[in-house]
Design a protein around this ligand. Structure first.
Ligand code: GAP
Length: 438
């Protein structure tokens, strides 16, 4: 399967099976905004839950936060976004198309002409106005990153949790950027979700924390099933670094369109807290309770995109297998990420006793696992449907089940079938989910 072909197949599967739809499709669609359908919302939620579990609930040194999307406009002056968060744009004088200067060489990618306008800075922050009057006093921005909500709450978190260094604050939330060249499905969009950690350390411990976070975040993707050969680290060259950063390393994934950034881990030094202290007039230094010394901690920032991670998990899980001369499409998502864990399927939907038994089983399993019931096609078709969306187990209720009180459990990846008693099915599934990887 060619890489281009694979991307088309993933986009088509996402639409066909209710993972991801074009925004406002009935009106012709809104460019670069995507809606997550019934299965997509479950998958994306599982990605976020896995991240939260690994970074907040699984550790003693990180707490969570949920700051507003709208923030005081001075936030963006302090952070440098008002002045620096821009792309340089050029227009092709021949075909009138607009491009990011760093995305074109000397030739227009659309028409081949070599006649561009001078570059102009275009700020990527999206504007809105608070209140009834649209004037400068009400001007506000939709946040372009979740990070700043963490920095401005640094003192609140220290005062209320009494956390000592090193510790982190984690946040998941929407961010908005008026990207000039969005594309590649949910890879680069104008509305997206980020999952960011700001990890505060003693300045002299920052380098070690930076290395530890690179390893930790790389491990997270592997643990959730991404193939090792599809992931790599790319340290930034000195001239690529933001003015405040001492170091930055991207975790890249081999998307169907090539190696691209999945997440960045940066050493932001003490720049952010110093900037917010300067612009707010508040003391944002950390006071060491033992030495009594006050200083600005350094910050290590692992910053990932929920939508990009979701796309990577989908692309990595997509498989086509030949089974009895037919092609079986399977999403081999990890147990933690699969949107549906179990499907209960009655073999004969016309047999009311059998349907009742299957529905009762579904209701019972739903208390422990994300479970669906489906009787809208033949069993072969039902299996194929569940394989395509990554459902881990199909539990089939047949006529014999009525007398022997046993059901057939089919494993997604091996298609192996086990006959299990109704009494033991819950325990059997729980054990299957608790063993093996991810
Ligand atoms: N606070 C640092 C920060 O925002 P970034 O590299 O601009 O750094 C971090 O963004 C992550 O957010 C990226 O690695 C990517 O996963 C995600 N991201 C950024 N822009 C995006 C966009 N336009 N669409 C989807 N995801 C995006």
């Amino acid at each position: 399967m060619s890489q281009e072909n694979q991307m088309e197949k993933i986009v088509s599967l996402c639409k066909r099976r209710g993972f991801i739809f074009q925004s406002s499709e009935i009106y012709g669609g809104l460019g670069s905004v995507w809606d997550y359908g019934p299965l997509g919302v479950e998958l994306k939620r599982n990605v976020k839950d896995a991240w939260w579990k690994a970074t907040v609930h699984g550790r003693d040194d990180i707490v969570g936060l949920d700051a507003g999307i709208l923030m005081h406009p001075n936030t963006w002056k302090a952070s440098g976004h008002t002045e620096n968060f821009s792309d340089i744009l050029v227009d092709c004088r021949s075909c009138k198309k607009r491009f990011r200067k760093d995305h074109v060489g000397d030739k227009c990618p659309a028409c081949g002409a070599k006649d561009f306008t001078e570059g102009r800075a275009f700020n990527l922050m999206m504007k809105t106005y608070l209140g009834a009057v649209e004037d400068e006093n009400g001007l506000c921005f939709l946040r372009p990153e979740t990070a700043q909500g963490i920095f401005v709450n640094f003192a609140n978190v220290v005062d209320t949790t009494h956390k000592r260094l090193p510790f982190g604050i984690a946040q998941i939330g929407k961010s908005f950027r008026n990207e000039i060249t969005p594309g590649n499905f949910v890879f680069r969009t104008r509305e997206f979700e980020q999952m960011e950690i700001e990890y505060f350390t003693m300045p002299e411990e920052a380098d070690a924390a930076y290395e530890a976070w690179i390893a930790e975040r790389f491990r997270w993707y592997l643990e959730l099933g991404i193939k090792k050969e599809s992931l790599r680290l790319r340290p930034h060259a000195k001239d690529e670094l933001a003015h405040y950063a001492k170091g930055c390393t991207d975790i890249e994934y081999l998307f169907p369109f090539g190696w691209s950034e999945l997440e960045g881990i940066a050493n932001r030094t003490d720049y952010d807290l110093k900037q917010h202290a300067k612009h707010s007039g508040k003391n944002l230094q950390y006071k060491d309770t033992v030495s009594g010394k006050e200083f600005y901690p350094f910050i290590i920032e692992p910053s990932g995109g929920v939508d990009r991670a979701t796309l990577a998990f989908l692309a990595d899980a997509y498989c086509e297998e030949q089974v009895n001369e037919a092609t079986r499409v399977v999403l081999k998502l990890s147990k933690q990420l699969a949107p549906t864990k179990v499907a209960v399927l009655p073999l004969l939907k016309k047999n009311s006793e059998l349907v009742t038994m299957a529905k009762r089983l579904k209701a019972d399993l739903s208390k422990s696992f994300t479970t669906v019931y489906d009787d809208t096609a033949s069993i072969g078709k039902l299996y194929r449907r569940q394989d395509e969306v990554g459902t881990f187990f199909c539990v089939t209720v047949d006529v014999d089940s009525l007398t022997d009180k046993m059901v057939t459990v089919r494993h997604r990846d091996t298609m192996k079938q086990d006959r299990i008693s109704l009494e033991q099915i819950k325990e059997y599934l729980a054990q299957q989910f608790s063993t093996n990887n991810s």
